[in-house]
Ligand binder design. Structure first.
Ligand SMILES: C[S@@+](CC[C@H](N)C(=O)[O-])C[C@H]1O[C@@H](n2cnc3c(N)ncnc32)[C@H](O)[C@@H]1O
Length: 252
């Protein structure tokens, strides 16, 4: 990374963000850790996408990393979807304010809506994206819908990043993508592993959830190993594969 945005530096050192009235709010556990933000930044720097997509903005920390890379690339726009950005019980517009504070508001097309409502509209506009960060609702049906529509928007060769691998529904949706859709794990990108006690906790939780689940010992998909125990996010790349028979279904 070149110079980290002063705003991001301040957020990670103070662990706080500020609303319009100057009131401080804790940025964690809502926002991604710095290593994950760096990975998003690196992905956008390398891929040089025309358009990126983000589902789930909150305080805009991940948004700032993506937009910094787009700005340094000299081109590209960012589509962001979040239903609770300006609501008083939600994120109090802090994500949008942070974009303004960093001088990057004009890079973003913002949809204040749930992804299940906004994504079909974005698709109907004929939008194509080359990178997507999925960090919205973590309910299984919602992650699956985010995957379904994002796949329709994503160019072959593009990447999807899933946050919160510790959460079983996210891993399940990812397992579906890797076993039934033309995606492979992009091994080249992952940040610092989580601590050993955390890995053990995840192992225990996964085991209790489904003791014989293939994704515990066999990995979520071939080549996956125990990645889902070690990391918080996964990057998958869309492949050019011949269409499968309508009867194809791999258990996940
Ligand atoms: C973990 S936070 C996102 C954090 C952010 N990506 C970051 O790291 O800075 C999850 C976000 O998903 C949003 N969200 C919840 N339900 C959603 C839905 N149905 N569609 C889109 N976003 C949703 C929440 O409002 C919240 O902002």
């Amino acid at each position: 990374m070149g110079e980290m945005l002063p705003l991001l530096e301040e957020i990670y050192s103070s662990r706080k963000v500020y609303d319009a009235s100057g009131e401080a709010v804790s940025v964690f556990p809502t926002s991604i850790p710095c290593e994950e933000g760096m990975a998003l930044y690196q992905l956008v720097k390398t891929a040089k996408p025309d358009t990126t997509l983000e589902i789930g903005m909150a305080y805009g920390v991940s948004t700032l990393f993506i937009c910094q890379a787009l700005r340094e690339n000299g081109h590209g726009r960012h589509i962001v979807i979040d239903p609770y950005q300006t609501t008083p019980n939600g994120w109090k517009s802090i994500g949008l304010l942070n974009l303004e504070r960093a001088g990057m508001r004009e890079l973003v097309t913002f949809h204040e809506d749930s992804s299940h409502a906004a994504l079909p509209r974005v698709l109907a506009e004929g939008t194509r994206v080359q990178m997507a960060f999925i960090d919205g609702s973590h309910r299984f049906a919602d992650v699956l819908l985010d995957l379904y529509f994002t796949d329709k928007l994503l160019d072959v060769g593009g990447c999807m990043v899933f946050d919160d691998l510790w959460f079983v529904p996210v891993r399940k949706a990812l397992a579906f993508a890797l076993r039934n859709m033309p995606y492979r794990l992009a091994h080249e990108l992952h940040g610092a592993p989580v601590s050993l006690p955390m890995q053990c906790k995840r192992f225990a939780r996964t085991f209790l959830h489904n003791p014989f689940g293939a994704y515990l010992f066999g990995g979520i998909a071939p080549g996956w190993g125990l990645h889902h125990l070690r990391y918080n996010y996964a990057v998958v790349r869309k492949l050019e594969l011949p269409p499968r028979s309508w009867e194809f279904f791999a258990n996940f």
